[in-house]
Design a protein around this ligand. Structure first.
Ligand SMILES: CC(C)(COP(=O)(O)OP(=O)(O)OC[C@H]1O[C@@H](n2cnc3c(N)ncnc32)[C@H](O)[C@@H]1OP(=O)(O)O)[C@@H](O)C(=O)NCCC(=O)NCCS
Length: 179
């Protein structure tokens, strides 16, 4: 599902465009994901992507958006993609459920981009007829937790030691939002 582009002013005064991802974003997306890997952010990926891997991933993503299986929203500042987010629709007996993911690049956090992306995804998910959103976060990720609570998500449960990263186990928390 392609979303209607929208511009908002971030807390630091910068203009932010929220829109669907496009093929021309490939280079920005490579830099974006590899920066997150470098800073050891609380995401599932731990190794950098190659251009081919990212191109394959983006191709599949654009196809899923076209088929209405994925709701995607990126944030662009001064012509560069600085955040990516999505709701991945489940299928069959779970077709009322979407799985949400979000990340904002270092240097652009704490200025409201994450909250605006989440609001967009929630609105678009409602429009698409979804009834429940789910997401997982590292139990240690307090920033993400605050954002999700602010958006109305409630904890549904915990998988103890659900993550094993850098030689340590971390609990994985699942949160849900009824739309
Ligand atoms: C988690 C993340 C998406 C938040 O996005 P963001 O754009 O920085 O968030 P916002 O500026 O919109 O802030 C929204 C809310 O999050 C919370 N928040 C943001 N930054 C915070 C910080 N440094 N400390 C504590 N809470 C914080 C606050 O509740 C804030 O609302 P408020 O400003 O009204 O207090 C971003 O930090 C990120 O991408 N981190 C790395 C990747 C990641 O952890 N992704 C989530 C994986 S589950």
């Amino acid at each position: 599902m392609v979303i209607k582009p929208r511009i908002f002013t971030a807390k630091d005064g910068r203009k932010v465009v929220l829109r669907s991802v496009k093929w021309e974003d490939l280079d920005d997306l490579i830099e974006f994901i590899n920066t997150l890997v470098e800073e050891d952010a609380d995401i599932l990926r731990t190794s950098k992507v190659t251009r081919n891997e990212e191109a394959e991933w983006l191709g599949m993503r654009l196809a899923s958006i076209d088929k209405g299986e994925l709701i995607d929203a990126v944030a662009e500042v001064e012509g560069k993609v600085i955040a990516n987010s999505e709701v991945d629709k489940r299928s069959d007996i779970m077709s009322h459920v979407g799985v949400l993911g979000i990340a904002v690049k270092q240097g652009y956090r704490g200025i409201g981009v994450g909250a605006e992306l989440m609001k967009t995804l929630i609105d678009e998910s409602k429009k698409a007829g979804l009834r429940i959103l789910v997401l997982d976060h590292f139990a240690t990720n307090k920033t993400a937790r605050r954002l999700y609570e602010k958006m109305g998500f409630k904890e549904a449960g915990k998988i103890p030691k659900g993550i094993y990263k850098n030689g340590k186990y971390i609990d994985l928390v699942r949160m849900t939002l009824e739309l």
